[in-house]
Ligand binder design. Structure first.
Ligand code: SF4
Length: 364
């Protein structure tokens, strides 16, 4: 089945929600949430949820809750607006260009850090691709491009080809990354599109292509998602995983540890565990305090072999990508390091903070 046809079968309305989950009743508040933050769950992803378990991790990631209307937090936690140089193009770090290629996703994650736009508005996305490619051509310091969104693999195959054709032709680009959860939420989009796979293979011989994906729980690792991942790997792509640490989903050393083990088993390198951002409607629902999060990540790391230990526990704030290194000598002291800094003077800098048990973020 064509993936657009498959998307038409997604769960998208309050009545479908209440028909699927016996505990959810349609009311004005549900309608209000869906109007602001749409729901979209592919039938495949829906089939992974235990409908009788309100704590099911996949349900928690895909089904809305009333907490989404909690406005505590911010809608731009890492200064994306300040880093935007052209519509749809961000240039925060010297070497990296980030393109917001679409505002759509096959599944709208309830914890999304781009909730302000994803599924809601196309105001921030790349329209004039030629202008964007010109900018990247002129900025020779850019060595890699991340095509993100929304979900970049929800673009049609012709548009993906346009990205590949233009970006692989720029000499100073070392590699291209696509940010996508499609292998996890709609694997058939990859499995059934031989043309996409042929294109990826062809362009991978010109420049290395990476996939940044986001498995958050082992229940997402299925026969279908493994098949999609294997096809991408056979086309020559390198798949790396960024997990978001999420309360009620993977904030448990065994759950997180099993996820990392299961990822390395299928040839995916886990490279970041990200602290969930203090986004409005997400913050109080999904964030895990930093002190607790650090313990969980360390314990999960303890049950890994080499590749499973490669990941860093990090947060992306307005100043850069900050690694949460470990505890200091003082009570509740946490040591941080700028893994990537917006201000080059901060690159590699180490600093510490005394945290309270409930602190979930640092950005000063
Ligand atoms: S796939 Fe990514 S961009 Fe889309 S809703 Fe999920 S986290 Fe947000």
């Amino acid at each position: 089945m064509d993936f657009n046809q498959e998307l038409r079968n997604n769960l998208t309305t309050a009545s479908q929600l209440s028909n699927t989950f016996p505990d959810i009743k349609i009311n004005n508040r549900i309608e209000e949430i869906l109007e602001k933050y749409p729901i979209s769950i592919p039938q495949y992803y829906l089939s992974l949820i235990d409908k009788n378990n309100i704590s099911d991790p996949i349900r928690r990631m895909s089904v809305p809750s009333f907490s989404e209307m909690d406005l505590d937090g911010s809608f731009d936690t890492s200064g994306e607006n300040d880093n935007t140089v052209l519509k749809g193009l961000q240039h925060k770090y010297k070497q990296t260009a980030l393109i917001l290629s679409t505002h759509k996703c096959a599944m709208y994650c309830r914890y999304c850090f781009r909730k302000r736009m994803v599924g809601a508005t196309s105001d921030e996305i790349a329209i004039n691709l030629d202008e964007i490619f010109d900018y990247i051509r002129e900025h020779k310091e850019i060595s890699n491009v991340l095509v993100s969104g929304g979900d970049s693999f929800l673009l049609d195959t012709d548009t993906i080809e346009k990205y590949l054709k233009n970006l692989t032709a720029i000499e100073h680009i070392d590699y291209i990354r696509f940010g996508t959860k499609i292998p996890i939420v709609l694997p058939d989009r990859i499995i059934n599109d031989n043309r996409l796979l042929d294109l990826l293979k062809e362009y991978c011989s010109k420049k290395q292509i990476y996939i940044s994906t986001q498995f958050n729980h082992s229940n997402e690792i299925t026969h279908q998602s493994i098949k999609a991942i294997k096809l991408l790997q056979q086309a020559g792509l390198v798949i790396k995983n960024q997990t978001v640490l999420l309360k009620g989903v993977n904030d448990n050393p065994e759950v997180l540890g099993m996820l990392l083990k299961n990822l390395t088993k299928i040839g995916i390198v886990p490279y970041y565990i990200f602290q969930c951002r203090p986004v409005s409607g997400v913050k109080n629902q999904f964030q895990v305090p930093l002190l607790k999060g650090y313990e969980i990540v360390e314990k999960a790391k303890n049950i890994q072999n080499g590749n499973g230990k490669c990941m860093r526990f990090a947060m992306s704030n307005t100043k850069g990508k900050v690694e949460i290194i470990g505890k200091g000598l003082k009570q509740n002291e946490m040591i941080f390091k700028f893994h990537q800094a917006k201000n080059p003077e901060n690159q590699g800098r180490i600093f510490s903070r005394i945290l309270s048990e409930n602190d979930c973020w640092v950005d000063d």
